[in-house]
Design a protein around this ligand. Structure first.
Ligand SMILES: Cc1cc2nc3c(=O)[nH]c(=O)nc-3n(C[C@H](O)[C@H](O)[C@H](O)COP(=O)(O)O)c2cc1C
Length: 186
């Protein structure tokens, strides 16, 4: 097995290697207005209940919308939506109606008062279940209360952000190492 000679690397840039993606679009609704933001900083926190942590900067309009409404939808865009994903990230719901400006279709949620994005492969309706880390870290602990997923493809081509304007598009899958897994780890 090869070893790597490593050099010093700026700590503020390690995100280039660790940001897992996939990039998601988080939609929200508060006081009759809808909004969408692009988000890469999320993590799975628990299977049951299905918990996802999302880091949202307080500078973003979505921050108060999600905090006040205690709900949002995490939508999974595919690679063909890359330009829209960037445009949504470059703009604020303070200034524009993003559903209208980017010609996206809002579908009412079944379980939460926030819109699903019809153009995305999957949409997860979420409730804010723990707000205790928001002030310190902007970390919203969300519970997925309903999941809507397209039937195919099983593995959509998703966008993964590598920083500095570079996306990795998801590619090959392999089940070659599946037999090595302990059954309870699958
Ligand atoms: C690829 C990408 C990833 C981003 N990830 C995050 C993130 O994880 N958290 C965050 O607060 N903002 C993130 N942003 C920035 C927001 O999407 C951006 O500030 C957006 O305009 C906020 O919209 P709003 O003011 O309507 O809420 C990201 C932007 C891009 C383009």
């Amino acid at each position: 097995m090869r070893t790597y000679r490593k050099r010093d690397f700026p700590v503020a840039e390690v995100r280039r290697f660790l940001e897992p993606g996939p990039i998601v679009l988080v939609s929200s609704q508060w006081r009759g207005k809808t909004n969408i933001m692009t988000l890469g900083w999320h993590m799975v926190m628990e299977f049951v209940p299905s918990l996802i942590g999302c880091c949202v900067s307080s500078q973003n309009h979505s921050f108060e919308m999600i905090r006040q409404s205690r709900a949002c939808v995490i939508n999974l865009p595919t690679a063909d939506l890359a330009a829209t994903v960037v445009d949504i990230g470059n703009t604020s719901g303070r200034d524009i109606d993003k559903f209208r400006s980017f010609r996206l279709t809002a579908i009412a949620g079944d379980r939460v008062e926030a819109p699903l994005i019809a153009e995305c492969h999957a949409s997860f309706e979420c409730r804010l279940v723990d707000a205790s880390l928001i002030r310190r870290y902007g970390l919203f602990v969300l519970e997925v209360v309903k999941a809507h997923v397209a039937r195919s493809p099983k593995y959509p081509r998703t966008l993964h952000y590598r920083g500095d304007g570079v996306f990795m598009v998801s590619g090959q899958n392999t089940a070659r190492y599946r037999p090595r897994f302990r059954p309870d780890m699958l």
